[in-house]
Ligand binder design. Structure first.
Ligand SMILES: [Zn+2]
Length: 236
């Protein structure tokens, strides 16, 4: 087992790459589970391949666009508030530089530096780039690394689509008798992989994460298949 603190010691760049990777895995996981639930539910009601294809494709597009729109909105909002915080900080630095220096000193002391070292560090950081220092230490923002909402939206769109393609292809490609077993098995296998990867990327133990993930997917397919079958048997 590698210790989580080991990864963190490498600093922000690796950390943010791991976060992106983890978000991609989770997005793909969403695409797998929701599309698998959808197509297995329709397969419970009908053998018609074109109905399965239509439902699966509509589910893929609806899901990926909804994920992208949600991500765009949430990242834009976050970016707006980060920009507003930076603008306020910039004004404070301009209007009350002494208070800001004292504030930075205090923050560095809170992080474990002695008063003398904190004072010197705050002085040097302020001389070099006061706004960046306050952004990092006080706000926890890197002013050069604000997330682009379009990038985030595209990443979610792609991740969901890649995940959704698996159950979609698994349900439409095989002969009718093989559809369900091929889809269920390939989906469960993929969920083992995504559950394991997201746990490892989050530095958590994979065993339980895999079980929960596979359990969630199996439940989604079981429920929709049951509903599809009941509706079909009732002649709806
Ligand atoms: Zn400040």
């Amino acid at each position: 087992m590698t210790e989580p603190t080991h990864d963190e010691a490498h600093g922000g760049a690796l950390g943010s790459r791991l976060n992106w990777l983890r978000a991609a895995v989770l997005g793909a996981n969403d695409g797998i589970v929701s599309t698998a639930g959808l197509v297995v539910g329709v397969a419970g009601a009908t053998d018609d391949r074109s109905a399965l294809l239509t439902a699966g494709l509509a589910g893929l597009l609806a899901g990926s666009m909804s994920m992208a729109a949600g991500e765009y909105v949430s990242v834009s909002t976050q970016r707006d508030s980060e920009k507003a915080a930076l603008a306020l900080e910039k004004r404070e630095l301009h209007e009350q530089p002494d208070e800001e220096l004292a504030e930075l000193t205090q923050l560095l002391e809170d992080r474990g530096l002695s008063t003398a070292v904190a004072r010197e560090a705050a002085r040097q950081l302020t001389e070099r780039d006061a706004l960046r220092a306050h952004a990092r230490v006080e706000l926890g923002i890197d002013p050069d690394e604000l997330t682009n909402p379009w990038h985030a939206a595209w990443a979610s769109f792609l991740a969901f689509t890649v995940g959704a393609l698996l159950p979609l292809l698994a349900i439409v490609l095989p002969p009718a008798d093989w559809r369900l077993p091929v889809t269920v098995l390939s989906v469960l296998a993929a969920l083992v992989l995504t559950g394991w990867s997201s746990a490892r990327l989050g530095a958590a133990l994979p065993g339980r994460a895999v079980l929960r993930n596979v359990g969630g997917g199996a439940l989604a397919m079981g429920v929709t298949y049951a509903v599809g079958s009941v509706l079909s048997a009732a002649g709806v």
